[in-house]
Design a protein around this ligand. Structure first.
Ligand code: AMP
Ligand code: MG
Length: 425
């Protein structure tokens, strides 16, 4: 006889899953959305490229000067006492095709960005030159006061971008520097992956919206809905189109109705709370009534319960209700999932080694993500309350220590640090 059926209090607990296995499973479901959108390069920050950017240009187009100064033949400058005649003047923006070759024992007055004349093999910055005004009827001259090395202060043709190369690849996420690079090869518009359409709701009868009820009027047991605010913001930062369905009460019929509504016209349904297997947790039966669901107990702290499933054509992800669990599981699992839906190829989270300036003497059997802050001494300080309900830890912290299962930390140990700047961009 089935124990769970005969004893309603007994619920089957799914086994704990390692985070990496859960992430791999999740990403296997994240088929990139099809189609692309053409956007002005100005508007493409944070979006994922849907095309390779191939260029027929060299950047820079010609060898050019990195300094205001004089273009010379290095071999002509061995004798600092001998002046060189200034044979030409080359401002930036001039056509390289029309330049005269540099005659031996002469120098060309040149400015930053201007093309190097044929024959010149170095630029001397003007601070290292002594210019003389033209003698009557003659030309100006210049004394080079420090012998240049061949190639000095010349920016080579194609040293940034070479003609015939792919400069940015499909699947790369665009940021300020890559938008500048795309512009440098002439892209005023870019094909980007479509936005992920996400329906978001929070579950919990205890939840109240700030603004709806004043702090002094809060009923006993009521709490403000904080998850809704950071989840919506995190989704928006990833460029998602968010439909916020608000708070859904802890009832099966209400949860089913919300899921049904959310499954239409959305790529992903994201919920917080109600994914445990208590009597007030209706996510599991509701998703199962409409589609399918895997409920995972992920072996991380904070953030154990996590659900993945499908409702109609939409993906479903259920996050835990505890605010820090919800925040951390979003960053570690939902964020890479969404980036993959957008077609991003490299969604791995990169950590860096840093020194713990704290003790964490009690090893846990789960992998932990501790809220820490970088200090001015280059080390990490620990927030003193690591409870999954204490959202202050995520505000105080500048990132997470990824601490393997079963590992204690002593002051001075090297640990793996994931800055929030890596996760919140
Ligand atoms: P649950 O996963 O629904 O059992 O919720 C776990 C804990 O997180 C409970 O203490 C809830 O009150 C709290 N919680 C759930 N949803 C939210 C939310 N949207 N904002 C703040 N706390 C929440
Ligand atoms: Mg709940």
């Amino acid at each position: 006889m089935n124990t769970a059926a005969s004893n309603p209090a007994a619920v089957s607990r799914p086994p704990l899953r390692p985070l990496d296995a859960a992430l791999a499973d999740l990403l296997a479901h994240a088929v990139p959305l099809s189609g692309a959108e053409m956007l002005s390069t100005f508007d493409a920050d944070g979006r994922v490229l849907a095309q390779d950017l191939l260029t027929s240009l060299n950047v820079p187009a010609h060898d050019n000067s990195a300094m205001d100064g004089y273009a010379v033949r290095a071999a002509d400058c061995m004798d600092a006492a001998a002046p060189l005649l200034v044979s030409q003047r080359i401002p930036a923006g001039i056509s390289a095709g029309g330049l005269q070759p540099l005659a031996p024992n002469t120098a060309a007055r040149i400015f930053t960005g201007a093309p190097i004349p044929p024959g010149a093999d170095a630029v001397v910055m003007q601070e290292d030159c002594l210019a003389s005004a033209p003698a009557e009827g003659g030309a100006a001259s210049v004394r080079i006061q420090s012998a240049p090395k061949p190639g000095q202060w010349i920016r080579r043709r194609g040293e940034d971008v070479m003609a015939g190369h792919i400069v940015l690849k499909q699947g790369e996420r665009l940021g300020p520097a890559s938008l500048g690079l795309a512009a440098s090869i002439g892209f005023g518009t870019l094909a980007v992956a479509p936005r992920v359409r996400v329906a978001l709701f929070s579950t919990g009868d205890e939840l109240v919206m700030p603004g709806d009820v004043a702090p002094q009027d809060m009923k006993p047991g009521a709490i403000y809905n904080s998850n809704r605010f950071f989840l919506r913001t995190l989704l928006q930062r990833l460029g998602c189109e968010v439909t916020d369905l608000g708070i859904v009460p802890d009832r099966l019929d209400a949860t089913v109705a919300a899921l049904q509504r959310a499954s239409a016209d959305h790529d992903l349904i994201l919920t917080s709370g109600g994914v445990s297997v208590g009597e007030e947790d209706h996510i599991k039966p509701a998703v199962q009534a409409l589609g399918k669901l895997d409920l995972w107990q992920i072996s991380i702290k904070p953030g154990k319960p996590f659900a993945y499933g499908q409702v109609g054509a939409a993906h479903f992800i259920g996050l835990p209700g505890n605010p820090v669990s919800s925040f951390v599981t979003f960053l570690l699992l939902v964020r890479p999932f969404i980036l993959r839906l957008q077609g991003m190829t490299d969604v791995a989270i990169h950590s860096i080694a840093a020194y713990a300036h704290f003790d964490w003497p009690k090893a846990d059997k789960r992998r932990e993500f501790l809220r820490v802050r970088q200090n001015a001494g280059g080390g990490l300080d620990l927030f003193d309350n690591q409870s999954s309900g204490v959202l202050t830890s995520a505000v105080w912290g500048s990132g997470l220590v990824d601490n393997p299962a079963g590992q204690a930390i002593a002051h001075g140990d090297l640990v793996q640090f994931i800055p929030f700047s890596e996760l919140l961009a």
